[in-house]
Ligand binder design. Structure first.
Ligand SMILES: [Zn+2]
Length: 524
């Protein structure tokens, strides 16, 4: 890219000869945009910090569950990192949450034979003081809620299996590659029937998932065993526990199926579960912010946005470690090549997105001075892939300004991007929605999925090795250029709303703002 820069300079110098003074200033402007873009590309390629940042955040700190000590550690790390780059950063508390630190989980089968079981406690699961050994029992298929209440005493002293047995541990793409048409259809019919039957089994208890956990706990169960398969080899989704005293663990499909079949056939498997974790009481929840002050219009803002929290079955590498890396690296690059932006550049590393966009909603409520002077916000939150979709969030004129900004991005990056203008304001999928709900220009940078939904999103396999660094680097370049262009644009971006197309139920409405949840936990 060094070659590119000198080419640009030569070209600009050549053009200047013999041109009028007016053309000279236009040429200078164009070439300064091109030179800055080239410098952004060069900084990203020659001095990338992505691997180091990814290692420090995902491997060094680990997962970033709301309310955990690791979330604080990650925030401290980011603030120190920004400090090293000369970018002022701060933590901003907006509420509280139930504090909990994950400890070890050990699960072993002792009978009818010995095997270490792959599984982990759900987030916020209570700890056992020592290993608890007990037999397993399958949640009964009771006729109705009354029959279920009569059956409940059977769980006393047992681990209760509460998830459906999967008929196959092979993902559909594997069946499609090797199955016959008939065998695939048969498997799918069987799976649908099992899933429907299991749904009925749960609904006949008359209890929600949370109330069911409560009922099992009160009936003296030793613990709850679930398996939330994510439809890929070896991959489960790990969310939060509802129990208050007994552990709730998720067991991988392969081992869960083994235990289920052994229990069903009367072979009385016995497992021992040992969970360690620490309750931290009520702790602050917060956003982590960093800022490069604007020179000409310091009260107008261009924002970078990615949630900082994660679920904790893996290390939150693609949800949303990679979005975080994109924004941190873009900030570093901007500080290096564009240290005196016209508008103020602000990055929001949000807390508690996973519990309902809480950090970004709180920021929108607490910072009208930023929100009402927002030139643009760019959010990324769907994995490690290169950006392939950018929409106008339902703003009538987004095509004009986003189109202008995108025109400055190298073709090698924009070639794979599909734009959708004016697009839709969207619901609560990620943090840009908190801003769109109050009618300010915020946009999602939509990534190529790289099997995100099955393999990494909220799973036990969301780890460093899934990061595709070339794609993340491309996204950092794209983001830095969009932010630079939005800062330089002489015009304020229009917030005029487009007329939304009809949905299945008639005219669609702009989404209304939702209040942030500023206190809570999973103890309901
Ligand atoms: Zn996310």
């Amino acid at each position: 890219m060094k070659i590119l820069i000198s080419t640009l300079h030569t070209k600009a110098a050549g053009l200047v000869v013999g041109l009028s003074l007016v053309s000279l200033s236009v040429t200078a402007q164009v070439s300064s945009t091109e030179a800055t873009v080239a410098a952004i590309v060069q900084e990203a390629n020659d001095r990338s910090q992505l691997k180091r940042l990814a290692h420090e955040l995902m491997d060094g700190v680990g997962p970033r569950l709301v309310g955990s000590g690791k979330m604080v550690q990650a925030s401290d790390w980011a603030i120190a990192q920004y400090g090293q780059w000369g970018i002022p950063a701060r933590r901003e508390n907006y509420g509280t949450w139930r504090g909990w630190d994950r400890g070890v989980t050990h699960i072993d089968m002792g009978a009818p034979w010995t095997r270490s079981i792959e599984g982990t406690q759900l987030a916020f699961s209570p700890a056992t003081k020592k290993p608890v050994t007990a037999e397993t029992i399958i949640l009964a298929d009771a006729a109705d809620s009354l029959a279920f209440q009569q059956w409940l005493p059977n769980v006393k002293g047992k681990f209760v299996l509460i998830s459906m047995p999967q008929p196959t541990g092979r993902p559909d793409y594997n069946w499609n590659e090797f199955g016959t048409k008939a065998s695939i259809e048969k498997m799918k019919a069987e799976r649908t029937a099992l899933a429907d039957a299991w749904k009925k089994r749960i609904s006949k208890t008359g209890l929600s998932n949370a109330k069911l956990a409560d009922a099992l706990e009160k009936a003296g169960a030793a613990g709850i065993v679930a398996s939330n398969w994510s439809s890929g080899f070896g991959v489960n989704k790990i969310f939060a526990a509802f129990t208050k005293k007994i552990p709730t663990v998720d067991i991988a499909l392969e081992d869960y199926g083994l235990l289920y079949r052994l229990t069903e056939s009367g072979k009385q498997p016995s497992i021992s579960i040992y969970t360690q974790s620490k309750e931290l009481g009520t702790v602050p929840t917060f956003n982590t912010l960093a800022e490069i002050k604007g020179t000409e219009k310091p009260n107008e803002y261009v924002m970078l946005s990615a949630h900082f929290d994660s679920w904790d079955g893996g290390t939150g590498a693609t949800d949303n470690g990679t979005g975080t890396l994109v924004m941190m690296e873009a900030m570093r690059i901007l500080k290096a090549v564009y240290p005196h932006p016209k508008r103020t550049i602000l990055v929001g590393h949000w807390g508690s997105e996973e519990q309902g966009l809480n950090g970004s909603r709180a920021f929108v409520e607490d910072h009208p001075e930023v929100v009402s002077n927002l030139q643009a916000l760019f959010n990324q939150d769907n994995g490690t892939g290169r950006i392939v979709n950018i929409g106008g969030s339902g703003y009538a004129n987004a095509k004009d300004y986003l189109g202008r900004w995108l025109a400055a991005v190298p073709k090698s990056i924009t070639d794979s991007i599909k734009t959708n203008f004016p697009g839709m304001p969207g619901g609560g999928g990620s943090d840009h929605a908190s801003f769109v709900a109050v009618g300010v220009p915020a946009f999602s940078l939509g990534a190529l999925n790289w099997s995100y939904f099955n393999y990494t999103w909220h799973t036990n396999r969301d780890t460093y090795d899934k990061i595709v660094f070339d794609d993340v680097r491309s996204n950092a370049i794209l983001t830095a250029i969009l932010v630079y262009m939005a800062c330089e644009d002489p015009e304020r971006s229009s917030t005029e709303k487009a007329i939304l197309p009809n949905g299945p139920n008639g005219p669609q409405k702009w989404p209304a703002p939702v209040k942030s949840k500023r206190a809570g936990g999973y103890d309901n």
